[in-house]
Design a binder for this molecule. Structure first.
Ligand code: AKG
Length: 484
């Protein structure tokens, strides 16, 4: 049974696309696109590729050989993913160069493959080599709350969940992938239902996408078991909807970047020896996807241990711990994340209002973007509140006054300010303003007005209401109505 291809992913010259056009056509509409022309000056494209366009494996072995990385064995399934091995980059390169059979694996015939095909995945290259500057993130993908936050905070702090292993795996969502022709990634939707972008430094990939409107068709009737390899013979009795699926296809060439929208399931095959860089990210436009997944996973975690509810002292706590372990964050982590982000957006608005004396400053693109961010967080907080009314509070607590003294929070604000300055081409940030800004933060109207302790979604909703009223009057109502 073959799959039905309904169309190709659009390709657009990224140099001729404005940020606003990208938002309007792809990010807001949650549509995939391939962007060209955005990797011209990447160091990775020079250092990591040989003159004949192949991965420069020797360069990796020499410069990054000692790094410990996760390598997928593409021929062996383990639960919903491929079996993972841990090795050094030098060992990975050695196996690749020493294994001519690597060439013969592919997703459609991998069950017949006699040799392992190894695919280096999820290498936190930027975290490990921050000085190297392999690439610059294209402006379209810079409004990235996830990585900006993780550069300054851990997503969760529960010592029961926190192991050295997930310290690395949750440190950021910026990755390098390297695999020979035929290596592949099974069918999946991305972590947190985030957006992702993926850039081919060398090589070629074939992507197959399924729109979120069809994702119910790839699960069994309990929505538990999902297709693993779309080129396998799919059991029609078990997954009866699969025959109705219609796919979007794309061949991504060297130096092209693909934007993968939220909730689009996809499968990827390396058509040549390939190195790619990819990030997962979210912001005001797809925050709703993150919350919906968290809620779904929470309900699943709860259902899974329902039978021990009566004998469990802290059933809710256990559900939240399991949620954090399985999904990468729990309600508490998410609320603290939202609260810090809200305060950081508010601080930026405060800074802009002090800096610009005139009455129209709040109509500037940056001010509108910040207000839109706050509106999106408020909308999610309203949703969380309706769930928490049913399940009870989960011990969320953040002190805004303490947060304002936290050097990490200061860095978070600085990066956020720089990001929006760059996105809207207004370099509003320079270090000379830093001290004035710190003084400013001591006397924030909104924190004087509302309690500085944020302990539940309701507090967060109130804070955002007051913050936005201070600067924008009625704008928040308009922003909320823009969010679906
Ligand atoms: O390149 C790959 O093999 C998989 C990448 C992927 O699934 C993603 O970026 O979302």
């Amino acid at each position: 049974m073959g799959i039905k291809i309904g169309g190709q992913i659009e390709k657009v010259n990224g140099k001729e696309l404005s940020y606003d056009e990208f938002v309007e056509r792809y990010m807001e509409k949650n549509q995939p696109v391939v962007l060209t022309g955005l990797m011209d000056d990447w160091r990775a494209c020079r250092d990591w590729v040989t003159d004949n366009g192949q991965p420069n494996l020797q360069f990796f072995a020499t410069h990054f050989g000692k790094s410990k990385v996760q390598v997928a064995d593409c021929g062996t399934r383990e639960f919903t993913d491929q079996k993972r091995l841990e090795m050094t980059v030098a060992e990975f390169v050695e196996q690749w160069l020493g294994d001519p059979m690597q060439e013969h694996g592919n997703a459609s015939s991998h069950s017949a493959m006699s040799k392992m095909s190894l695919y280096l995945k999820d290498w936190h290259f930027v975290k490990e080599y921050p000085e190297y500057e392999a690439y610059t993130t294209p402006v379209f993908f810079c409004d990235d709350w996830l990585n900006i936050y993780l550069d300054n905070y851990h997503m969760h702090n529960d010592p029961n969940i926190y192991s050295e292993n997930n310290e690395i795996s949750c440190s950021d969502y910026r990755f390098v992938y390297m695999g020979a022709k035929g290596t592949w990634t099974p069918f999946h939707a991305d972590v947190f239902r985030s957006y992702s972008w993926s850039a081919n430094v060398c090589g070629k990939k074939r992507w197959l996408f399924l729109s979120p409107s069809q994702s119910h068709l790839v699960f069994d009737r309990n929505m538990k078991s999902c297709v693993y390899n779309i080129f396998d013979e799919v059991n029609e009795t078990k997954i009866s909807g699969f025959v109705e699926t219609i796919w979007l296809e794309c061949t991504q060439e060297q130096n092209e970047i693909i934007f993968v929208p939220s909730g689009w399931y996809h499968q990827v095959l390396n058509l040549e020896d390939t190195i790619s860089i990819n990030h997962n990210w979210f912001n005001a436009y797809n925050l709703r996807w993150v919350w919906d997944l968290l809620l779904r996973d929470y309900n699943e975690a709860k259902e899974y241990i329902e039978d021990i509810k009566d004998v469990c002292d802290d059933f809710e706590g256990l559900c939240q711990r399991n949620l954090a372990a399985n999904t990468g964050m729990n309600f508490n982590d998410f609320l603290i994340f939202l609260a810090r982000l809200s305060l950081a957006n508010y601080i930026q608005l405060h800074y802009l209002s002090r800096k610009n004396g005139n009455h129209t400053w709040n109509l500037s693109p940056i001010a509108q973007h910040l207000t839109f961010n706050l509106a999106s967080i408020q909308k999610i907080a309203l949703n969380i509140k309706s769930v928490e009314d049913l399940t009870g509070s989960h011990g969320f607590h953040l002190d805004f006054r303490e947060t304002l003294k936290d050097p990490n929070f200061f860095k978070l604000c600085t990066i956020l300010g720089k990001t929006y300055g760059m996105v809207h081409m207004q370099q509003n940030w320079n270090s000379a303003t830093k001290n004035a800004w710190i003084d400013d933060m001591r006397d924030l109207d909104v924190i004087g007005t509302c309690s500085s302790q944020v302990c539940n979604p309701e507090d967060l909703i109130k804070f955002i209401e007051l913050a936005v009223a201070e600067f924008m009057g009625v704008r928040i109502a308009e922003d909320v109505s823009r969010l679906k």
